[in-house]
Design a protein around this ligand. Structure first.
Ligand code: ADP
Length: 573
């Protein structure tokens, strides 16, 4: 229920639009009832062959209601769709605003297919909150009141009977169908989510699945989710058929009992034959707005589930937030890491354990160590993807938590192992780093990054995940990005690890050229051209185990020399 209140709170700004749509929805159904009533009046009255003039009012009524019904229906559709799209736009913006600060730390616990489903399908399902959940009961209630009033004029008994049957159609049937279809909508949503996760794994991991012969098992899992979904959808269709028949049955029940209640009044003159005909058709027409009510409850259940899934993400607290009065980024870029420790949530092992080191402005340092030493964790803390558990990182004497995270990230250029390219053009992928860059700036950056061939291909599509580019070209796009970013500090996190030997050397040369005069932290487990660094910090199991220049470290019998010898022996072999 709390979720429903939160959801209705979201659509509150459109309350008056929704009220107007409900009112016009009522006017549409009311016109339908009026059309049938006036038609019945004319037919019944004409059968008695009265003078034409007595039919004038009825004829005018038919014309009015016939036209009004179409106009009202159009206006109602227009307004309700307008409201729906306004709600959809608001939900998407609201969700994006909320989800952005959660990346990447808080989003790690969700599978990407599941996240995608929440963003696309769950929000899509919520867009119908007005047209399917809030609107129909309101229209049905207004029509019921109208009929109650109309029949009350002739007979209290008939008014009570219509109230009884409307209550059954409006509350009884929806509750019954809800009982029968309990869990069906949620089940369908869950199967869809499962299918999406499996499909995404299939596309992204198709190579591995084929390599390890797991394709049949994976396809079987997709098929099983599909079968489960189809079974529930079939059950859904049967239940829908049932509620339509039940509403039809109730309409006929109402008709028979109301006729039974009113026919005796004909002899007393309280009701005449014409009125009876009019009432009969009005009763039939009045059940129309009750038909969508059972699905209202079903949508309510689905919307509540979708809402819970969305709020689950939105209620997660961002790992890093901007301080109330952020410090401007200092001109002094000296970095000081003091007694820095970090433990991932849910883990008992320290990924980083009391690290202390400093980097002078313009200094080039390398942080090396075997896999799992904590090097990438350090990058994540520098970029404030995570907050430090203990200790601090300062730039220019200010703790980095005092800066706006966005400002911090603009001033630290990061090239990681795998550069993500969006399925967009080269231009779009570059201007991420500098939205105001001109074509000339982009071309200059591409040339400096060693991609002069690309200067004429700014509008070429990069392919899904940049698939149309080679690994080296993707890393060079990342270099062009950091050139555009003009950040004083650069972090290269295994930036050349995925490249072949020749490309690695070329990309490294370009990186060296562009990092001149900047503070550079290179994070790597591959010890290549280490002589160029002013200092090398050696890490193992989250701790700094040694530091110095290459020559110095090679004289000691430590981890660095062991790693160097191992890598170079393997290379020679
Ligand atoms: P490196 O970059 O040196 O290979 P990492 O910084 O990636 O090392 O990892 C350091 C330690 O933290 C490892 O023990 C790794 O298993 C753990 N770790 C890394 N990322 C996560 C995570 N998201 N959640 C939990 N533990 C993690």
């Amino acid at each position: 229920m709390r979720t429903l209140f939160r959801l209705t709170g979201l659509v509150k700004p459109y309350f008056w639009w929704m009220a107007l749509a409900a009112l016009i929805g009522f006017a549409t159904t009311g016109s339908g009832i009026g059309l049938l009533m006036t038609s019945a009046y004319i037919i019944a009255k004409a059968a008695l062959q009265p003078p034409m003039v007595t039919l004038q009012l009825g004829i005018a009524g038919v014309r009015f209601f016939g036209l009004a019904r179409g106009v009202f229906r159009y206006a109602e559709r227009l307004i309700s769709h307008n409201v729906t799209f306004k709600i959809l736009a608001k939900l998407r913006v609201w969700f994006y605003d909320a989800i952005e600060p959660l990346a990447p730390a808080r989003l790690m616990q969700f599978k990407s297919g599941d996240l995608l489903q929440r963003i696309v399908d769950d929000i899509q399902s919520l867009e119908n909150i007005y047209t399917r959940v809030l609107g129909p009961p309101l229209t049905a209630l207004l029509v019921s009141l109208l009929m109650w009033f109309l029949l009350g004029v002739y007979s209290i008994q008939a008014a009570l009977l219509i109230l009884f049957f409307h209550t059954l159609a409006g509350i009884g049937v929806p509750l019954l169908t809800r009982q029968l279809s309990r869990g069906v909508s949620i089940g369908i949503m869950n199967y869809k989510a499962e299918e999406q996760v499996l499909a995404l794994d299939l596309f992204q991991g198709i190579g591995e699945l084929q390599l390890y012969g797991k394709m049949p098992t994976h396809l079987a899992a997709i098929r099983s989710a599909e079968t489960g979904k189809l079974q529930l959808q079939r059950k859904n269709a049967v239940i829908e058929g049932l509620h339509e028949s039940l509403t039809g049955l109730l309409m006929n029940g109402a008709l028979i009992t109301i006729l039974w209640a009113l026919i005796p009044s004909i002899s007393t003159g309280a009701v005449n034959g014409i009125s009876l005909t009019v009432i009969t058709l009005a009763v039939m027409a009045s059940f129309e707005p009750f038909l969508p009510l059972p699905s209202t409850l079903k949508h309510l259940e689905a919307d509540q589930h979708a809402g819970e899934r969305l709020f689950e993400i939105l209620d997660a607290k961002p790992e890093t937030t901007s301080p109330p009065a952020p410090r401007p980024f200092p001109a002094d870029h000296a970095i000081q890491v003091e007694q820095l420790s970090f433990t991932y949530p849910g883990s008992t092992i320290k990924a980083l354990d009391r690290l202390t080191f400093s980097v002078l402005p313009g200094e080039h340092i390398a942080i090396v160590g075997p896999s799992g030493a904590g090097k990438s964790t350090l990058t994540s803390l520098f970029m404030r993807f995570w907050n430090t558990s203990e200790g601090s990182i300062s730039i220019g004497g200010h703790n980095i938590s005092l800066f706006d995270p966005e400002v911090l990230r603009r001033n630290i250029a990061l090239v990681s192992q795998r550069t993500y390219l969006f399925a967009e053009t080269i231009r779009e992928n570059l201007i991420l780093a500098a939205p105001d860059a001109t074509d000339n700036d982009l071309k200059k950056a591409l040339t400096a990054a060693g991609l002069s061939d690309f200067t004429s291909k700014l509008d070429e599509w990069c392919g899904q995940h940049g698939m149309k580019l080679s690994g080296g070209e993707r890393q060079r796009i990342a270099i062009a990005r950091i050139l555009l970013q003009c950040a004083p500090i650069m972090i290269l996190d295994e930036a050349t690890a995925n490249l072949d030997g020749v490309t690695e050397r070329e990309v490294t040369e370009t990186l060296n050229a562009i990092s001149a005069g900047k503070t550079l932290i290179t994070i790597t487990h591959r010890l290549k051209a280490m002589e160029q660094y002013d200092r090398i910090i050696v890490m193992e199991k989250g701790k700094i185990v040694d530091q110095g220049v290459h020559g110095e470290l090679m004289t000691r019998d430590g981890l660095y020399r062991r790693m160097w010898e191992l890598q170079h022996t393997v290379e020679v072999l």
